[in-house]
Each structure stands twice: as C-alpha cells, then as structure tokens.
Ligand binder design. Sequence first.
Ligand code: ZN
Length: 97
Amino acid sequence: MATRRQRIISLLEERDYSPSELARLLDLRGKGATKAVLEDLKAIQRILKREGKVLLIKPAECKNCGFVFKPEIKIPTKCPRCKSEWIEEPRFKIEKK
Ligand SMILES: [Zn+2]
C-alpha cells in the first residue's frame, strides 16, 4: 500500500495538478484537505531535492486581474493588486529527468 505522498509523487510524474484536484483524487475531504496536500507537497519537495529532482510550480494567478503570485507551495486567499478573492490555485508537477 503506497503512502499518500508516494501516490502524489506518481500522479505528479504524469501531469500537473492543483492542490484541490489532488485532494479530490486522494479522497480527502473537508476544510483541512488542501492544507494536508500542501504539507505533503512541501515534504515531497524536500524528498525530490535529495534525489536531484525538481517540483515544478506554476504560480497561483488572480482570475480577476491576472496578477501572478510567487511560485510557492501555498494557496493565496486574496490578490494584493485588486483585492479579489477569485484566485486560480498554483499547479504542481515533477520534472522528468
Ligand atoms: Zn487581482
């Protein structure tokens, strides 16, 4: 039985996913679901680093004004430019060597 982190790694080796998409695929529910995925992604980033692989981050974006956030493992709640809360989540993928 693969651990949740191992499952996330195999998913991200195939294509990119947002934290909400991963939570849904892993059957995580409730408020803490995406938060748990973000914690896993941080751990995965450290694991990959040791293996010489890279976690690619497509940064979050404001769907109202197009502001692009920093490529970070978190989901911003509010746009610093237009104050909109309509935010496209960041997307993650594992770079194939
Ligand atoms: Zn904005």
